[in-house]
Each structure stands twice: as structure tokens, then as C-alpha cells.
Design a protein around this ligand. Structure first.
Ligand code: SF4
Length: 398
């Protein structure tokens, strides 16, 4: 099926070709941040060259006589910008021999600020990277050091400037909310700088404290304290207001974009499009099956050494699951969902839609858009997990 890269079918018909997003997980990081729960390992220096060889080997499992056409590519991690430029060129060439990688599709690379150099930027551009997502989290030194980030604020500023000078006009910055010690004043200073940067996208996630991380231990021991619920709500309100005033559209709970700056790869996930996942811990959803790769570099590599797929097929995607996901992910987007879709889902649970939807509208969690769709408000976005749980209780889900 050919689409416009975000999981929706093309406007105007024509011959339909199958497309997929491609996600590559690169699990190496220069050092481990104090809050991080992703699958990653510490690796001081460049990512090992053998890793690229194995990713290409895994990609070959998807080689077909009529190559699968990529709609978007995303190198995430970990720290994919730790792949040395010659290895990155080899990776891009290897993937292009397996998949049809059309010229100009969105291809994102996550980059940590301290790894951004002129040489690396030139290599990424010539390898077909069109978009950089720079992991900043904050522009305040104390906040970055509490998070155990390698980069200082000056590294973030320098990375954005170099990327812009290198011609990357699709530039995203990751920010974090609810960092211990973060105040309206410190957030305002970060946002003032962000607003002046040449960015077309900002992602802002709440700090999630995970048991087993150094930051968790520090908070439990009383060495750092998290903002309370009201403070977090105020920080979120402040962030949304400041970014919207700077020309960003709040298009998903945690994502903001200038016009046409939306991340098309992530839109594909949220709209239920197919994607292939390569690398340890990567997930995929392709041709009706969900796949999970092992969260172990050794197991992933051993399966490929045996010429076996490293993934396990965890589920067949059912119509009911597709429908539920379209409600859950649709409500996380500013475009919302058709009210009649939500109503029929509630009816299928034996619940009265008027009363439930009415509650959300009355309490300000949702609003009607005027085109038959219903969307969450900023308050609804802030409480999106609870709102979705209220609409789709876990024991009802497929
Ligand atoms: S750089 Fe990213 S993936 Fe690596 S440890 Fe830090 S937060 Fe985790």
C-alpha cells in the first residue's frame, strides 16, 4: 500500500504499493544517564563496527524480489550518533540494497549533543539523513548534571547551531519536564532559548522515575525530590503556552511542531501504519504481526549467527486491536477521533456514550472540534493516561 509516509492512504488513488517505516535501534551510549530505562549499554567511544554488519544481516531477512518501499526511517537508541561516519555510510548503503529507500523521505537520526561534529553532520547528510532529533532535555547545567547527561548547555547550543549550518532544517529538540529542582524560572530560561533556536519540532516528556535507576535511589534516599502533581501541571501548562506562542502546534500529547514539522515516522506509529524494527529490543508491526527483538545484544547476535530471525512474533494484530489502537492513539493526537467512532466503542462495552462523553466535555478534558471529531484539551492531554483508561478500561482491551 502506498501512502504519504504517515500511515494514511494517499489522496488521489493510483497504484498502491506496500510501504513500511523502518526503525533501527542502536543500543550504545557514551555513559548511562541517571534516569534511563531504555535498552542500552555503556560504550565509551564509537559504536562497534560489527554492529552495523549485524543490522544489515538482520535487514536481509526482509529482502524481497520486489523490495519493500520505505516510507520513513528512524535511527533511535541508545545513541545512534555514536556510529562512526564510515560505518554509518556502510549502514545506509546496506539498507538501500535491501529496501527501496525513495529519495527525500524523512530519515531521522537521534543525536546526543556532544557527538555532533561538522564531519559527522556531513556524513549523515550524505547518507540520506534528513532530520535530526537532538537529545537536550534541558538547557540548565544543574538539571543536566542531575540527569547524568554528558552534554552541557553549551554543547546543546553548539550542536543546534552546527546542524543548522550544515543545512538540517528539520531539527527537533527533546526536553524533559518534572526534573527534580526544575522551577517555572528555570523552565522559562530553557524555553526562551528553545524559542530562539532554528527548530521545527520539540518533544517534551515527563520524567518517569524507574525503579533500579540511580535517580530513583537518590530520590528514595531523600537526595532529590520530584515536583508534586500541581507543580507538574503548571510546568506542562507553561511549556505548552510558551511553545504555542512561539509558533509550534501542539499536535500530540508530548510533541510540538512548526507547520509541516510533524515527525512522520511517529505519526505512522500513531495512525497504525506498518513498521519494521531492527536491532536489539526493537519492536515491529508488519503484515499483521507484532514482533519483539530480545533485550540482549548477545541473544540478538546469536540468532543472526544461526541465520534465524532474532524476533519473536508476539501477536497477530486483530481487527479489534486495530480499532482500539485507533481510539487510544487518535486521542493522543490533536486531530482527535470521530465522535461516532468513540460512541460505537463505548456502546460495544455496554456503556452509554452520551453520559461518558458528556462527563469529559463538562470537566474540560475533551472538546468537540466542530467537524464531527472529538479531541482532548490541554487538560485532557495532561491526564491522557487516566482519560484513556476511563474510556477503555484495561480489563476490556483486546
Ligand atoms: S543517552 Fe539516552 S539512551 Fe543513552 S543512557 Fe542517556 S537517556 Fe538513556
Amino acid at each position: 500500500m502506498e501512502d504519504d509516509g504517515d500511515g494514511r492512504e494517499p489522496k488521489g488513488g493510483g497504484v498502491l504499493k506496500e510501504t513500511a517505516g523502518l526503525y533501527v535501534h542502536v543500543p550504545f551510549c557514551g555513559s548511562l544517564c541517571s534516569y534511563c530505562d531504555f535498552f542500552r549499554v555503556a560504550n565509551d567511544g564509537a559504536a562497534p563496527g560489527w554492529f552495523v554488519t549485524y543490522i544489515i544481516k538482520e535487514g536481509k531477512l526482509y529482502r524481497e524480489p520486489e523490495p519493500i518501499t520505505l516510507a520513513s526511517v528512524y535511527f533511535g537508541g541508545g545513541t545512534p550518533s555514536l556510529i562512526a561516519p564510515p560505518d554509518f555510510a556502510r549502514l545506509s548503503e546496506g539498507l538501500r540494497e535491501i529496501f527501496a529507500w525513495p529519495c527525500g523521505i524523512e530519515a531521522t537520526l537521534e543525536a546526543n549533543p556532544e557527538t555532533v561534529t561538522r564531519e559527522a553532520l556531513a556524513a549523515w547528510r550524505s547518507a540520506g539523513i534528513t532530520r535530526l532529533s537532538i537529545g537536550a532535555q534541558s538547557l540548565q547545567g544543574e538539571e543536566l548534571s542531575l540527569l547524568g547527561r554528558r552534554a552541557a548547555p553549551s554543547d546543546v547550543r553548539r550542536a543546534v547551531l552546527l546542524a543548522s549550518e550544515a543545512g538540517f532544517d528539520r531539527l527537533s529538540l527533546d526536553l524533559m519536564l518534572a526534573i527534580p529542582g526544575q522551577s517555572p524560572g528555570s523552565l522559562a530560561r530553557t524555553l526562551d532559548e528553545v524559542a530562539a533556536m532554528p527548530l521545527d519540532h520539540v518533544s517534551a516528556y515527563m520524567l518517569d522515575l524507574h525503579e533500579g535507576t540511580p535517580l530513583y535511589a537518590r530520590v528514595v534516599a531523600g537526595g532529590a525530590s520530584l515536583p508534586d502533581e500541581d507543580e507538574v501541571a503548571d510546568l506542562y501548562e507553561q511549556l505548552c503556552g510558551r511553545l504555542e506562542a512561539s509558533g509550534f502546534l501542539h499536535y500530540e500529547v508530548s510533541n510540538f511542531a512548526k507547520p509541516n514539522g510533524e515527525c512522520r515516522h511517529n505519526l505512522r506509529y500513531w495512525r497504525g501504519g506498518d513498521y519494521i524494527g531492527l536491532g536489539p529490543s526493537a519492536h515491529g508491526c508488519f503484515r499483521g504481526e507484532r514482533t519483539n527483538n530480545p533485550r540482549s545484544i548477545g541473544e540478538w547476535r546469536a540468532a543472526l549467527d544461526r541465520d534465524e530471525p532474532p524476533y519473536e512474533i508476539t501477536a497477530k494484530v486483530t481487527e479489534r486491536e486495530r480499532f482500539e489502537n485507533s481510539v487510544i492513539f487518535g486521542l493522543r493526537l490533536a486531530e482527535g477521533i470521530k465522535e461516532e467512532t468513540l460512541a460505537s466503542f463505548l456502546e460495544a462495552q455496554g456503556r452509554g456514550p452520551e453520559q461518558i462523553i458528556g462527563q469529559l466535555l463538562r470537566h474540560g478534558y475533551a472538546a468537540r472540534r466542530g467537524d464531527g471529531r472529538i479531541r482532548l484539551t490541554r487538560l485532557g492531554f495532561l491526564s491522557s493516561n487516566s482519560v484513556i483508561e476511563y474510556l477503555l478500561p484495561k480489563d476490556y482491551r483486546a
